[in-house]
Ligand binder design. Structure first.
Ligand code: SF4
Ligand code: SF4
Length: 335
């Protein structure tokens, strides 16, 4: 049976087809020698030779900052009004299978005790087109967290690279509809897929053991945390690039009479994250903040939402200025 094919030379036509219908097309682009996800208008802007974009595509579903309400105040009243959710039809092209797998956890949080329409509407209007990895680096560890370049969790359309084309597999109904809507740019044919880059599973890590150890709270005051993570400077970079980190803060900005309520990314790595108005901070030391992040990934989210808190993309390892490697902590907690 013939495969569904997208010619690499046809990527521009796909972008035109999406943007011509009013959608936004997000793809990895090369910017100051880094590859980052950005909104693009042409195929020339799209990076093809990359391992993983430096940022996660989460910022197109959960922006770094956004207005969620507006308010006016007078002596006698406060008026609050909602704002329209910005949720354009969006295609995220060139995501990797690991990061697509983060969407289940994002959705679980944003639909947990309250339906966050800002996130859910944008996610519903987004088609995730992953391109399976043909290259990787030492920071990739998806196979250690039970994913792989063949995983299709969170993916709507899965692409395998071939010489001058992509072999197309529509995974979800949304993905099938996307391929039908832009049928003119796809063709039937046969192509030979390039081999995938399969990161070697880290032998000393056992995710089940990590989770089990974290469940037993006796580790809380273990000196191991300070030993492994005291070099952390609390910059928060790891949380901002992580596809599964989704902490935010709500702040009011404006004057005494009018303003807007904003939802901003926050980071559990900041010393002010848990600082109480009284001055008390239950996570006074950096290693306690790092412990929280690790517990979020391997205990809180798997237990509360049955979802992965870490998809093994390795972004946090690549961006960390002090090279704090989460897999070293995973190894320690697998003993
Ligand atoms: S914790 Fe690190 S490796 Fe895991 S998903 Fe986040 S950025 Fe990727
Ligand atoms: S990127 Fe590194 S130094 Fe910065 S908060 Fe994360 S672990 Fe700490």
């Amino acid at each position: 049976m013939a495969d569904k094919i997208l010619k690499k030379a046809g990527l521009g036509a796909l972008i035109e087809s999406v943007t011509g219908k009013g959608g936004r097309f997000v793809a990895p682009t090369t910017d100051s020698r880094q590859v980052v996800f950005k909104k693009v208008k042409s195929a020339e802007e799209v990076a093809t030779d990359y391992i993983l974009a430096r940022n996660s595509f989460k910022e197109f579903l959960f922006p770094q900052t956004e207005v969620v309400a507006e308010f006016t105040m007078s002596k006698d009243s406060v008026d609050m009004k909602g704002v329209e959710v910005y949720a354009p039809q969006t295609v995220v092209f060139g995501a990797r299978p690991c990061e697509a797998a983060s969407l289940a956890g994002m959705r679980a949080l944003f639909t947990w005790d309250f339906i966050d329409e800002f996130y859910t509407k944008r996610e519903e209007n987004t088609v995730v087109v992953t391109v399976a990895c043909t290259k990787g680096d030492d920071a990739c560890f998806c196979t250690t967290v039970n994913l792989s370049p063949e995983s299709t969790e969170g993916t709507d359309v899965y692409l395998r690279e071939a010489a001058d084309s992509y072999i197309v597999q529509a995974v979800t109904e949304k993905g099938k509809k996307f391929v039908e809507t832009h049928a003119a740019v796809f063709s039937e044919g046969n192509a030979k897929a390039e081999p995938l880059f399969m990161p070697e599973k880290i032998a000393n890590i056992d995710i089940a053991k990590v989770s089990a150890r974290l469940k037993d709270k006796t580790h809380y005051d273990d000196k191991v945390w300070a030993r492994l993570t005291s070099k952390c400077i609390g910059c928060g970079a790891c949380t901002f690039v992580c596809p599964t980190c989704r902490c935010f803060d709500i702040v009011d900005e404006g004057t005494a009479f009018e303003g807007e309520r904003r939802k901003n990314w926050d980071s559990c790595q900041y010393d002010t994250f848990t600082l109480h108005a009284s001055g008390h901070n239950p996570r006074e030391h950096q290693h306690q903040r790092w412990r929280n992040r690790f517990m979020c990934k391997f205990h809180f989210y798997p237990e509360k939402f049955s979802s992965k808190g870490c998809v093994g993309c390795g972004r946090c390892i690549r961006v960390c200025p002090v090279r704090l490697d989460i897999t070293e902590v995973m190894e320690e907690f697998s003993k």
